[in-house]
Write a protein that binds this ligand. Structure first.
Ligand code: ADP
Ligand code: ASP
Ligand code: MG
Length: 416
């Protein structure tokens, strides 16, 4: 007997038929004698619709009310799954974030889980053989008792946090692909499923654009040593042997991975914007004058490149910000123009960041240099570069994203 967390994303609970399919997956594990906590997302498209309603009601709205609205999607799917399980003769009870409770910070819209009480769930596993169906994405702020949400894709984080709280043996993330691939399989048909991937690599993949797992869920799994297994909810539930290893990807410690490639995966993101500040005086304090106000406005700056301006006497600073913050960033910088002292501000939103990830880069030199050459051969211009121990990222024109990803995927022998 094991204790399992099973998480189902939006497409996996998209309608009543899909919810029945989820219930059959749960039934299979219950029949195998396991104790089960299920975490569900809102039905596909629901959260987007709720977010749109908030915006339509008022472009600038209170984040506490945003959370009150968007958390409702998961409440519906949790209740529906509990009803479906009961109708199949399986003891089940739904739980919302405030009921367990899942205590979070008060950062509405992007709250962090602080503490989960799993005692009641465990008691019910033991005494009633009851399946817990938990609404993902939401929690409650202890002091104000207000509903909070964990940021888009946050049900993954709910699942991992619950797994840690109830000491689950495994956290199965059921989704619409059968694992983590070398790159997004919906964009590159030659992408390959990985049997295993190290926490650190998954963390980079997720934070650099692969939305298969929320970044925070991987961080939590790494800290609490939760074994995440990403698998498909679209398999026939009854045809899966609960005692055999199904197709999927295990996210685990680096030491568990025997055959390590230099490059493990490629991520990309089109949610980037580039800002160039031209002809800034090349003297101490300039970077602080530029990046200080952006930090004060909570705008995350990512890639930074500084080079000599065309006049040879001043400097140009180029950097990226999230596309969603582009307008705000340019207005902050225009406001601070007098203080910074620059001639011109150029911006571009038609850019993309392509990132190559692999723990093998620690021990191999020249990995990035090969990418520069391959992209040059395809006439793809690189606007900015950043590197760290296990990854490098390149900023390019968004039109070339797919070509660049495919080129690098072949270059590092990730194709089938
Ligand atoms: P869910 O609704 O189940 O949470 P998501 O849509 O959030 O599912 O995440 C699954 C999607 O992530 C896949 O459909 C796929 O297009 C995308 N994805 C991006 N990069 C990868 C990758 N490297 N491996 C697998 N899926 C990826
Ligand atoms: N329903 C939420 C979202 O769409 C959370 C999730 O699916 O993980 O972002
Ligand atoms: Mg998701």
């Amino acid at each position: 007997m094991a204790r399992l967390v099973m998480k189902f994303g939006g497409t996996s609970v998209a309608d009543i038929d899909r919810i029945r399919n989820v219930a059959r997956h749960v039934k299979r594990e219950v029949a195998a004698g396991h104790e089960i906590a299920v975490i569900v997302s809102a039905m596909a498209g629901t959260t987007n619709a709720l977010v749109d309603w908030c915006r339509e009601a008022a472009a600038l709205h209170d984040a506490r009310e945003y959370d009150a609205v968007v958390a409702s999607g998961e409440q519906v799917s949790a209740g529906l799954l509990a009803i479906t399980l009961e109708s199949m003769g399986i003891n089940a009870r739904s739980w919302q974030g405030w009921q367990l409770p899942i205590r979070t910070s008060d950062a509405h819209g992007a709250a962090r889980i602080l503490e989960i009480n799993g005692a009641e769930l465990i008691k019910r596993f033991k005494e009633r053989g009851e399946v817990a169906v938990i609404a993902g994405f939401q929690g409650v702020h202890a002091q104000t008792s207000r509903i909070t949400t964990l940021g888009r894709g946050g049900s993954d984080t709910s699942a991992v946090a619950i797994a840690a709280a109830i000491s689950a043996d495994r956290c199965d993330i059921y989704t619409d692909v059968d694992g983590v691939y070398t790159t997004d399989p919906r964009v590159v048909s030659k992408a390959r499923r990985l049997d295993k991937i190290a926490y650190e690599e998954m963390l980079e993949l997720a934070s650099l654009g692969a939305k298969v797992l929320q970044v925070r869920s991987v961080e939590l799994a790494m800290v609490h040593n939760v074994r995440i297994f990403v698998r498909s909810s679209f398999d026939e539930p009854e045809s899966i042997d609960p005692h055999a290893a199904p197709p999927g990807t295990l996210i685990c410690g680096e030491e568990e991975i025997v055959e390590q490639q230099v490059v493990t995966g490629i991520a990309f993101s089109k949610d980037e914007a580039q800002i160039s500040i031209r002809r800034v005086a090349d003297k101490p304090g300039v970077a602080a004058a530029i990046f200080g106000p952006l930090a004060d406005a909570s705008i995350n700056v990512d890639m930074i490149v500084q080079n000599v301006s065309a006049d040879g006497a001043t400097t140009d600073l180029t950097f990226t910000v999230p596309a969603a913050d582009y307008e705000r960033a340019t207005s902050v910088l225009t406001g601070a123009k007098g203080k910074i002292g620059y001639q011109r501000l150029d911006g571009a939103t038609d850019v993309a960041k392509v990132s190559v990830i692999g723990v093998g880069m620690r021990s191999h030199a020249g990995v990035a240099a090969r990418a520069f050459k391959a992209l040059a051969e395809n006439q793809i211009n690189i606007r900015a570069i950043t590197t760290s121990e296990i990854k490098f990222s390149l900023l390019i024109d968004a039109n070339y994203t797919e070509l660049a990803v495919r080129t690098l995927h072949s270059l590092y022998e990730l194709d089938k």
